[in-house]
Design a protein. Structure first.
Length: 342
């Protein structure tokens, strides 16, 4: 069965607090574990009034400590913001506390605006060192070498699985070159999705980490009891994305019945293009849209995400998303099964 995972930005809803968001994250992670999700990833963002996962490694520890089996990880850590040794120590510690449950996805964007990036002591040139930093980090997590003078403790010999994240062809090329799994941020930057997947698969070089390509794509899911509710739930994420792109980031807005009443048409067109890798609506429509995306891009794993203002509705949306995926898998199995002779 196609593995399915969760990407959670730990959204702070309008009228709520960061404490609410973090409590909701743990509750959603437990819900996802019960539903059979494979991974639960959190993402590094800074200076975002609507996102509570800035201290990503800390939140990962909180989630891993409150669950039993589900893999927990970063989707991702923005490596140019940090020294590779520090990240190796953080995730080595997590892997020591929660063996065989921690993932480390790495990105090269700042995860914020340039003013905040400077507050993080990140130079504009630091992303140019990303490939070397990835290799250095993996070295700290692997077997120590005889002449190695700096070690990550905890970290060494933990072999935390490292993923490359991306929204362009750069990450696909690097993941293929290093022989690492690759996750594409199609939930907000879908333009290069097909080309990136093709480049990654065609150029993949088997490594000590992975013998064949493993491609994961992210999909927004807003699944309601019917199509109208799905669109209603999605309106919060549309507003949040519009606010971010127009320089007005804030808490996750409450949903609205008519999205055109709060977002001007040119901005809404831009938002809907960015969020086009989505499944929105009632159960049948969500199943159909997920099936179309999976058939087109043939991912090895899908990562579902969805910014929904009401926590109970968000949990219900993930439940419906899983039910849709399971129905698709049953349909594929039924089609593939040979006819019985009588």
């Amino acid at each position: 069965m196609l593995p399915y995972s969760v990407l959670d930005l730990s959204p702070i809803p309008a009228g709520g607090s960061a404490a609410d968001a973090l409590a909701n994250t743990l509750d959603l992670a437990r819900h996802a574990e019960a539903l059979g999700f494979n991974r639960y990833w959190l993402a590094e963002h800074h200076n975002m009034p609507g996102i509570a996962s800035a201290a990503t490694a800390v939140v990962i520890g909180h989630v891993a400590g409150g669950t039993q089996r589900i893999r927990v990880g970063a989707g991702g850590i923005m490596l140019p913001n940090h020294a590779p040794l520090v990240i190796a120590e953080q995730f080595g510690t997590l892997a020591t506390l929660y063996p065989d449950r921690i993932d480390l996805g790495l990105g090269r964007a700042p995860g914020t605006d340039m003013v905040t990036a400077r507050a993080l002591r990140r130079s504009l040139e630091s992303s140019d060192d990303f490939p070397a930093d990835v290799v250095e980090l993996m070295g700290y997590l692997g077997k120590p070498q005889p002449d190695q003078r700096v070690s990550a403790v905890p970290g060494q010999n933990t072999h935390v699985p490292v993923w490359i994240l991306g929204s362009s062809l750069y990450g696909a090329q690097l993941a293929a070159h290093l022989g690492l799994p690759y996750a594409f941020a199609s939930h907000f930057a879908p333009q290069a999705l097909g080309e990136a997947a093709a480049i990654y698969r065609s150029r993949f070089q088997p490594s000590a980490y992975l013998d064949k390509p493993w491609f994961m794509m992210a999909i927004n899911v807003h699944a309601g009891a019917d199509d109208a509710e799905g669109a209603y739930l999605r309106s919060s994420q549309q507003q949040a994305f519009a606010n971010l792109r127009t320089g007005r980031p804030g808490p996750l807005p409450a949903p609205v019945e008519d999205i055109t009443s709060v977002i001007e048409p040119p901005v809404l067109a831009m938002v809907d293009m960015a969020l086009s890798v989505s499944a929105v609506g009632g159960p049948d429509r969500v199943q159909r849209q997920l099936g179309e995306l999976i058939a087109r891009y043939r991912p090895d794993e899908v990562m579902l995400t969805g910014m929904i203002h009401n926590h109970a509705a968000r949990k219900a949306s993930f439940t419906r998303g899983v039910e849709a995926l399971q129905a698709l898998q049953k349909g594929e199995t039924a089609r593939a099964a040979p006819a019985l002779s009588h």
